[in-house]
Write a protein that binds this ligand. Structure first.
Ligand code: NAD
Ligand code: IPM
Ligand code: MN
Length: 352
């Protein structure tokens, strides 16, 4: 029997609650499948920082490298630690492990009322592929003359031909297996060097995929169109920062952040990939036991897909679908279930 070794990094706030439910669902599905899961819990985050003086141990990348996958909850506890401290390891893991595809589906499930009038499950079914290894997220810059009237900051983005090509190719391949549409989102009307390169490479690659209907939109227009006509989007490819913004938007268009799953994938498998919800640690509802665990559960299902356990992943997705269709939800979707009860409802519907 195969055993998949999983590093579980719940993080902070609701990250802890929703990860517990994802783990519960994973264990239930593994119990009735022909694979095993060895789950190691890593208690890193703001609390760990209070005890040890750092958010993660110095050798955290070496530790993580030994696993088949990483299941992450959410990080950030701004009340006690600046976000750039708590979040630095997360961004570092994505880059150090070359998890260059951040895949974030947005699919409105039957039974869930989305925020857009007349836009139901038939209109909202898209995937954003966010470049996850470079772009606006490289740690390159400085603050000068701090505290002085002439203070200034430099923050440099790095966009490489290799980085842009590989995500666009991945996107065109994915579009050919979906509805055959790809939209690239940049902002080349304002930032001609970086996004000019994206535009040039887009033209080169789209000519290799003549069957895919492809277009490019500036990020401001794309944000507006995602609300106005989400049905026009199938696969969306965006740079790191625009992908971040668009996936909160796509998440809410698809029913809310409580449902929005995400992956950070290294397609060549030279290092572990990481699976986590789109949402953060939600300090506003942390400790209340009401966070929706579905985004974490669906991220765990995507992890099983990645580990070659597609039937088990499909069982989880079906159970989530049935739970939502039955109107069983947490308060973010208008229901009255607690986080734990919502996890139980999914487990109950897993079947065997
Ligand atoms: P957030 O995603 O944590 O929350 C935004 C809003 O959505 C809040 O009102 C929250 O209550 C709600 N929400 C989010 N997830 C929910 C869920 N599962 N169920 C019900 N409601 C949910 O974003 P924020 O408030 O901007 O950030 C809070 C902290 O999380 C910050 O420290 C931020 O840096 C961090 N953050 C971390 C990640 C990550 O770890 N990947 C992602 C985004 C934000
Ligand atoms: C996300 C988050 C992170 C990001 C933050 C917390 C660094 O917003 O995963 O979407 O911007 O990538
Ligand atoms: Mn984000």
């Amino acid at each position: 029997m195969t055993t998949h070794r999983i590093a579980v990094y719940p993080g902070d706030g609701i990250g802890v609650d929703v990860t517990a439910e994802a783990v519960k669902v994973l264990q239930a599905v593994a119990d009735s499948s022909d694979f095993d899961l060895a789950l190691d819990h890593l208690p890193w985050g703001a609390q760990y920082h209070a005890e040890h003086g750092s958010v993660v141990p110095d050798d955290y990348l070496d530790t993580l490298r030994g696993y088949d996958a990483i299941l992450l909850g959410a990080c950030g506890w701004p009340e006690t630690l600046p976000d750039h401290v708590t979040l630095a390891p997360l961004v570092r893991i994505r880059q150090a492990f070359d998890q260059y595809i951040c895949m974030r589906p947005s699919k409105l499930y039957p039974g869930v009322t989305g925020p857009l009038r007349d836009k139901g499950p038939n209109e909202v079914d898209l995937v954003v592929l966010r470049e996850n290894s470079e772009g606006e997220y490289v740690d390159l810059g400085n603050r000068h003359h701090q505290g002085q009237p002439d203070e200034f900051a430099l923050q440099t983005a790095v966009h490489t031909r290799r980085g842009i090509e590989r995500i666009l190719r991945f996107g065109f391949d994915m579009a050919s297996k979906r509805r055959g549409r790809l939209t690239m989102v940049t902002k080349s009307n304002a930032q001609r060097y970086a996004y000019g390169l994206w535009d040039d490479i887009f033209e080169e690659i789209r000519s290799v995929f003549p069957d895919i209907q492809s277009d490019r939109q500036h990020a401001d227009a794309a944000a507006m169109n995602m609300v106005r006509c989400p049905e026009r989007f199938d696969v969306v490819v965006a740079s790191n920062l625009f992908g971040d913004l668009l996936t909160d938007l796509a998440g809410v268009v698809g029913g809310g952040l409580g449902l929005a799953a995400s992956t950070n994938i290294n397609p060549e498998r030279t290092a572990p990939s990481m699976f986590e919800p789109v949402h953060g640690s939600a300090p506003d509802i942390a400790g209340q036991g009401i966070a929706n665990p579905v985004a974490a559960v669906l991220s765990a299902a995507m992890m099983l897909d990645w580990l070659g356990e597609a039937p088990a992943a499909e069982r989880i997705r079906r159970a989530v679908e049935q739970t939502l269709a039955a109107g069983q939800t947490t308060p973010d979707l208008g229901g009255g279930l607690t986080t734990v009860q919502m996890g139980d409802e999914v487990v109950r519907r897993l079947g065997d």
